[in-house]
Design a protein around this ligand. Structure first.
Ligand code: NAD
Length: 371
């Protein structure tokens, strides 16, 4: 079985899907591992480190020869076109994000595993790329906020007088939000967070934050948030608008799976905020939680700075890659054993992640053992 580690082609993407550590594990599982030269440079991994781990640099035939291709983001159509039919592709692929991509993935007859589709069960935790990457995103979002803010985060008692700590509000207390809260606490800010899932109260408090109760609870399928009704949204907005007037820094992380980011901070709310306040909208990727967010840009609006950074995990490419590569390697271990590939479609992690849905007629016994 030949495993290929791709060099990412998306602009600004510094992460890589394998590290020397995971290369060794793949070799131990009986694979031959090749890497595209320079694949790890953005994540601080020189080619020699892959070689030392036992991987070989990919030659011109590597793409067409690979049985399993590991990547972070979906490769462009011209790269997909080089893979052989039936090759396995593993990454954060978002196959339906663009019609051309869906077509290219289908057209090549690839076996596609977009890891963002992985069910978030206990067994899948070690493969959960959404969690590992969201942790880095939340951390970086708060650091960007601290950088943009014209204030200290901590309380300071100095000869020049006492400085009050910044008041930070985190919107959405999922994986990214909780990491943002933890980061702001480490910097000494006074932190509050809210979410529509009631269990987040305890999680926010366990990190030393205060839970801001806006009186809205909206749990939907699979324990995730559901979109708010108009009444719930109005209630949330009304209570939030008043509260935001005293806040120095907002980090937004609210999301509902498969939907555009909920709009939570309106233009009017921004206009009611202090001069010098900062909003970092991590939800910019899916449109933003703030009505004024411009994805990929930092703008000013009446004295308030609003940043909509994209691909935050890539800013912490070393650790983001380290975690991502382990996630990928753990997932690959579901179908790569003793140097052969076999897909047990009774395994819900494989069956539910596979895109489109796996071939129904293919029983575990009939699965082709490539390589
Ligand atoms: P996410 O990125 O989809 O959403 C981020 C947060 O935004 C969520 O906490 C969500 O409740 C919140 N949100 C959505 N709409 C909102 C609104 N209008 N106002 C305020 N907040 C809003 O979520 P995530 O961080 O990927 O994960 C969230 C859930 O997944 C959690 O329940 C988490 O425990 C669960 N999870 C489970 C596992 C597992 O192994 N079982 C692993 C990871 C995550």
């Amino acid at each position: 079985v030949e495993v290929l580690v791709l060099k990412e082609s998306a602009a600004g993407e510094r992460r890589v899907a394998a590290t020397p550590e995971t290369v060794r594990k793949l070799l131990a599982a009986g694979a031959r591992v090749r890497f595209e030269p320079g694949a790890g440079l953005g994540a601080g991994i020189p080619d020699q480190a892959y070689r030392d781990a036992g991987a070989e640099p990919a030659g011109a035939d590597a793409r067409s020869g690979a049985d399993v291709v590991l990547c972070v983001q979906a490769p462009p159509a011209e790269v997909l076109a080089a893979f052989k039919p039936g090759a396995v592709l593993v990454g954060i692929l978002q196959p339906e994000a663009e019609p051309a991509r869906a077509e290219a993935l289908r057209g090549r007859g690839l076996r596609v595993f977009p890891l963002e589709r992985l069910p978030r069960t206990t067994r899948a935790q070690a493969m959960d790329v959404l969690s590992s990457q969201a942790g880095m995103a939340g951390y970086k979002a708060m650091l960007i906020a601290a950088q943009l803010a014209p204030r200290f985060f901590p309380m300071l008692t100095t000869a020049a007088g006492t400085i009050r700590p910044s008041r930070v509000l985190v919107v959405g207390a999922g994986v990214a939000g909780l990491q943002a809260i933890a980061t702001a606490r480490r910097l000494g800010a006074q932190v509050e967070g809210f979410d529509v899932r009631p269990e987040t109260r305890e999680q926010v408090e366990s990190l030393g934050g205060r839970f801001l109760d806006l009186g809205v609870s909206a749990v939907g399928e699979g324990g995730y948030a559901r979109p708010l009704t108009d009444e719930e949204r109005a209630l949330q907005q009304q209570r939030l608008a008043e509260h935001l007037k005293g806040i120095d820094v907002v980090v937004c992380t609210a999301a509902v799976p498969g939907r555009p980011a909920p709009k939570i901070i309106s233009r009017g709310m921004v206009e009611g905020m202090k001069t010098g306040a900062v909003i970092v909208d991590l939800a910019a990727e899916t449109g933003g939680n703030c009505e004024l967010t411009v994805p990929g840009q930092t703008i000013g609006h009446g004295g308030v700075t609003i940043a909509g950074p994209l691909n935050l995990p890539s800013l912490g490419a070393v650790h983001a890659s380290e975690m991502y590569a382990r996630n990928v390697c753990n997932f690959v271990a579901l179908f790569l054993k003793d140097g052969t590939l076999s897909f047990d479609w009774n395994d819900e992690l494989l069956a539910r992640t596979c895109w489109p849905a796996p071939p129904a007629q293919e029983t575990p016994a009939a699965a082709p053992a490539a390589g």
